[in-house]
Design a protein around this ligand. Structure first.
Ligand SMILES: Cc1cc2nc3c(=O)[nH]c(=O)nc-3n(C[C@H](O)[C@H](O)[C@H](O)COP(=O)(O)OP(=O)(O)OC[C@H]3O[C@@H](n4cnc5c(N)ncnc54)[C@H](O)[C@@H]3O)c2cc1C
Length: 306
């Protein structure tokens, strides 16, 4: 007899919303995460597009969501899931830590994404040591200093607005034009200490005495090269799905995203995907929550049909 009706892997906005809907559907729920609950929003300064919230700090929203799950007595445990398999008609969720296993009737995969890295050779020595992917975590150490932000999408622009308030100068270097929300782009362009270089290819991270000292980049339109001196770099150039543990399941597409239909169903009955880790066009808090709600609703129907 399975220990749980549903095990939810990941406790970001998708996983937490799934757990709320599942608990309210009287399911026995376990939510697992390798880290503290909250997902990516823990490291986001301001969320300005979550309906009804106006502007809210990401960590605060994460805490409100987690408190909501706890009001419904959702069981939470730490665990890095490294396998999901079927045994005797049940699903078995295996964690890295001590091979901890849980049996369940259904599973919701809500493991999100992580930031992509540029992947050039000179990046390696400065990763976590001059190059960062989290303005909230590392921004303060560059107060009054010069930084470069690589990327031009929503995350790059929003985090640049946050950083520009504390650094001496901020230079954005992006492959194309800025592609973030126009309101955010206008706000950034209006800042005195911000310079924006569009249509640029980053060629090299330049060091001095073992420390990151600048970024060399080249215009994809004119071929002109430039070096901007800086103390730190923040990269916001896209996402990689956190789904490596599913690579042999047949659940992933060629880019590593979990393939689902509009009911969040994967190819395997009783296994659902939700949030940033699935195939979709808009990866945001509100869409992650919506996916989580649908996945839990469908899981509830599925276990009733067993
Ligand atoms: C810098 C930045 C700024 C952003 N700003 C906004 C914004 O202003 N507005 C907005 O709507 N969205 C914003 N987003 C996007 C938003 O954060 C995501 O869309 C949302 O967090 C996705 O939620 P999720 O639950 O799908 O995944 P995540 O939030 O990524 O959560 C996934 C969880 O799964 C856990 N996990 C992963 N693998 C495993 C495993 N094997 N075992 C156990 N646990 C695992 C992770 O630890 C994590 O807690 C921003 C993102 C970034 C990076």
């Amino acid at each position: 007899m399975a220990q749980y009706d549903v095990v939810i892997v990941g406790s970001g906005p998708a996983g937490m919303t799934a757990s709320i809907y599942a608990a309210r559907a009287d399911m026995k729920v376990l939510m697992l995460d390798k880290l503290a609950p909250g997902g990516q929003i823990i490291n986001t300064n301001e969320i300005q597009n979550y309906t009804g919230m106006g502007t809210i700090n990401g960590a605060e929203l994460a805490m409100d969501m987690f408190n909501h799950t706890q009001e419904l007595n959702v069981e939470f445990d730490y665990g890095t899931v490294n396998e999901i398999k079927e045994e005797n008609g049940e699903k078995v969720v295996v964690c890295e830590e001590d091979n901890k296993t849980f049996t369940t009737k259904s599973v919701i995969i809500a493991t999100g994404t992580r930031p992509r890295i540029l992947g050039i050779e000179s990046e390696q020595p400065y990763m976590g040591n001059g190059i960062s992917w989290c303005a909230i975590c590392d921004g303060a150490q560059y107060r009054g200093k010069d930084v470069v932000v690589i990327g031009g999408g929503n995350s790059a622009v929003e985090e640049s607005i946050y950083l520009s308030g504390m650094v001496k100068s901020l230079t954005i270097v992006t492959m194309f034009d800025l592609t973030a929300d126009p309101i955010a782009c206008d706000k950034l362009r209006a800042m005195d200490n911000v310079t924006i270089y569009t249509y640029q290819n980053v060629e090299e991270f330049v060091g001095e005495n073992g420390k990151l000292a600048g970024v060399r980049f080249k215009s994809t339109q004119t071929g002109e090269e430039r070096i901007v001196n800086c103390d730190g770099v923040f990269e916001y150039i896209g996402l990689t799905p956190t789904t490596e543990f599913l690579k042999d399941t047949g659940l992933l597409n060629q880019f590593g995203y979990v393939e689902v239909n509009e009911r969040m169903e994967t190819k395997i009955p009783g296994i659902y995907g939700a949030g940033d880790c699935i195939t979709k066009n808009l990866r945001q808090v509100i869409t992650a929550c919506a996916d989580g709600a649908i996945a839990a609703q469908e899981a509830s129907k599925y276990i009733k049909s067993l």
